[in-house]
Design a protein around this ligand. Sequence first.
Ligand SMILES: Cc1cc2nc3c(=O)[nH]c(=O)nc-3n(C[C@H](O)[C@H](O)[C@H](O)COP(=O)(O)OP(=O)(O)OC[C@H]3O[C@@H](n4cnc5c(N)ncnc54)[C@H](O)[C@@H]3O)c2cc1C
Length: 395
Amino acid sequence: METLTQLPVFNNTQNAFAYKSNQELHRSYWLFRLINSPLLVKISTSLAQWAFNWHLPVTPLVKYTIYHQFCSGETLQESQPVIDRLLQYGVKSLLDYGVEAKETDADFDQTIAQLLKSIEFARNKNAIPAISTKITGFARFALLEKVSAQTPLTPAEQEEWNRVQNRMHTLCKAAQAAQMSIYFDAEESWIQDAIDRLVNDMMEQYNRPFPVAFTTLQMYRHDRMEFLEKLFAYAQEKGFFPAVKLVRGAYMEKERNRAEEMGYPSPIQPDKEAADRDFNRALQFCIEHSNQIAVCNASHNENSAAYLCRLMQENNIPHNHPNVWFAQLYGMGDHISFNLAKEGYNVAKYLPYGPVREVIPYLIRRSQENTSVSGQMSRELGLLQQETRRRKTKQ
Ligand SMILES: Cc1cc2nc3c(=O)[nH]c(=O)nc-3n(C[C@H](O)[C@H](O)[C@H](O)COP(=O)(O)OP(=O)(O)OC[C@H]3O[C@@H](n4cnc5c(N)ncnc54)[C@H](O)[C@@H]3O)c2cc1C
């Protein structure tokens, strides 16, 4: 039996940042220093929003700084050099059209058209095993909420719901034909039941023989382990291939505040330890059934990555087993992605792309999340600093 010391070492910054030039490394370092300050983040995000609202010419500044750190380009063609560069280091790309929170049918159709383009772009490209999307990019939030609450729909809403289902089928059919997967994000719990219904239906219909649709499980919810076990049992019964992306969850404070305001029990685990415990249990469950379920460990937590590596080792699962993936966001967690890829694990970066103006909400979330996820920022910053020093001493 191999020991833990042979598992990937995540503090190898030479591997982690080999894909960055000195100038890019420097830019990342200063950007993370800025993001590390909640006050500066608050001021700069307000300024950026104000400037965009007033149509001031700030696009080049945003593009050169935060946009390039977290997004691959405004178009698929502009993203190609990033995709190529990641692949040189064994890291694949999950295309993520960064447009969100749309409300009209015209916008939804536009999102679907763009997602179909990205599926077409990815066809036959080993570098892009999947695309990712948020269902709120092509379904009205209030409708998802109503379906989740099981409130009867009006005839017009029923037609709207049918259109959402048709959009899901259009996407999954295209992905199946291109032999690739679609990762559907998990969102707020009060629209998640509708999302689960949609994605479960897609898995049942299209995940044969390979996983086309991936559902996302937020392990900060106390009911997701049970959800996973039920999904697996149902898939066994119906003969389809379940596929799950595991995350901890991005809306914790919003969830807790809403539950408190509206007086219902919070869907969130009592503490971080409970969320971590269920995250690990879910990883273990998937690895124990690794020939019957596909799993993606979508996290910037080094312990979770190391734990999955250990589980694979203990269960004699090869590093590049097609059903086991690791994913991080582009611009973050490079020490995990590139060190794992070097050891031959399946690793993909979420690659948001799209017009600067459209991805602003995503960028604001990234910078705000970075200031709030404790410890992660200083870890990123420390690693960038370590690599800068290493390169200087080598010169
Ligand atoms: C590739 C990728 C895809 C993602 N897709 C989605 C998605 O579809 N939907 C989504 O919601 N999020 C998504 N996320 C974000 C994710 O849910 C986390 O918010 C983020 O990754 C931080 O968690 P971590 O595992 O990386 O790190 P960690 O630092 O280990 O965990 C931080 C997370 O732990 C949880 N947590 C913290 N404190 C507590 C507490 N007191 N009680 C309970 N839980 C607590 C919260 O979820 C917090 O975000 C994605 C992340 C990645 C990397």
